[in-house]
Design a protein around this ligand. Structure first.
Ligand SMILES: [Zn+2]
Ligand SMILES: [Zn+2]
Length: 358
């Protein structure tokens, strides 16, 4: 496959050209480096479950899938060229790119540094367009990215840690932002529901924030993993006695589960004034009993990734606490298999593509 020739920087990546197609090499152009742009030589790209949903057109019609699609929004690499007006980066720096690469820069959300909620819709890193709404965006399963420095992150981590830093750009910020917003810290009893790509980051971050952390899971086999990640307790949600013992006990629950599940069950585990935040996206809507919230003055909320300032704050927090994602590093020819294994939850806890040697 080859995109139409155009001005710019020739690069290559891995794309799908239809919902049921396998990944194949794809040659395309990045834009020339403008005054405020940086050119990143991509080293690592995490595989997020949302890559799979979009590559396989599972979010249509809400999120149309645009082909050929080069997914990838957990990107880490080295800055190899900077524009004349760039101030945040110099050549040789390590930079990251997360879920979006531009936004309107004028609305209240953009001014507040929560660009993910831009009222005009931010430009997603892939399966989207630049803010001109014409130029397609291609993601991190590729050798290079050109991005405005305002939408790139500074990464300060040892080279050996960089594969595990890549997933922080989505899984890390998705869990960090709600933990921070709702005051998770010392003295708080926190539960992380689900122990996948998101959940394992939630555990590490909540533990580093000083909270008392419990993992809620339907798989008793995950207890050992939960403890290894730093969790203090484990509750098998299908064990009636264990669930009853945990009723009313948590200040905060981070719900990372993407399988269909009963929110009322989890809300019953919150204490008075407790808060549950949803970051996992099940495929089906779920019934909510009003009494689940009314009885204990409870809050049910949602959260979407994080803005650029908070993403930088999260990366700096992770660097200070030596937190990275647990990853399995793969070559690009394994992407299709990695997708199948991710769908089966057969990964601890994130696949990361080695683009440095691709
Ligand atoms: Zn993601
Ligand atoms: Zn905006």
């Amino acid at each position: 496959m080859t995109a139409p020739a155009a001005e710019g920087i020739a690069t290559r990546g891995f794309a799908v050209k239809a919902a049921d197609a396998a990944f194949e090499p794809f040659e395309f152009q990045r834009r020339d480096v403008g005054p405020k742009d940086i050119l990143i030589d991509i080293f690592y790209a995490g595989i997020c479950h949302s890559d799979i949903h979009q590559a396989r057109a599972e979010w249509e019609p809400m999120v149309p899938s645009l082909y050929p699609m080069v997914p990838g929004h957990e990107i880490v690499g080295r800055v190899v060229k900077v524009g004349s007006e760039v101030s945040k980066f110099k050549e040789g720096d390590i930079a990251g790119i997360g879920c979006f690469v531009d936004s309107c820069r004028q609305c209240g959300a953009c001014h507040a540094g929560i660009e993910q909620y831009c009222i005009k819709g931010s430009a997603q890193t892939y399966n989207s367009t630049e803010m001109d709404r014409v130029t397609p965006t291609y993601g991190g399963y590729s050798k290079h990215y050109v991005v405005d420095e305002s939408y790139a992150l500074n990464v300060k981590a040892p080279d050996a840690d960089l594969p595990g830093v890549a997933p922080l750009l989505c899984a890390g910020i998705t869990t960090y932002s709600p933990l921070k917003r709702w005051g998770v810290g010392p003295g708080k009893k926190v539960a992380i529901a689900g122990l996948g790509g998101l959940g394992h980051m939630g555990v590490k971050l909540a533990v580093a924030m000083g909270a008392d952390v419990t993992v809620l899971s339907t798989s008793p086999s995950k207890e050992d993993d939960a403890k290894k990640l730093g969790a203090h307790k484990f509750v098998n949600i299908r064990d009636d006695a264990a669930r009853a013992a945990a009723t009313g006990s948590f200040d905060f629950i981070l719900d990372t589960i993407s399988a269909n599940h009963d929110y009322n069950t989890y809300l019953s585990l919150l204490c008075l004034n407790g808060v549950m935040v949803i970051v996992g996206v099940p495929t089906e809507p779920a019934p909510l009993n009003a009494f689940s919230l009314i009885g204990g003055n409870k809050v049910l909320a949602g959260s979407l990734i994080g803005g650029i300032p908070e993403t930088q704050e999260m990366l700096d927090f992770c660097a200070r606490h030596a937190i990275t994602s647990d990853v399995e590093l793969i070559k690009p020819d394994y992407i299709d298999t990695a997708y199948d294994r991710t769908v089966k939850a057969d990964v601890r806890y994130r696949f990361v593509i080695d683009m440095k040697n691709a």
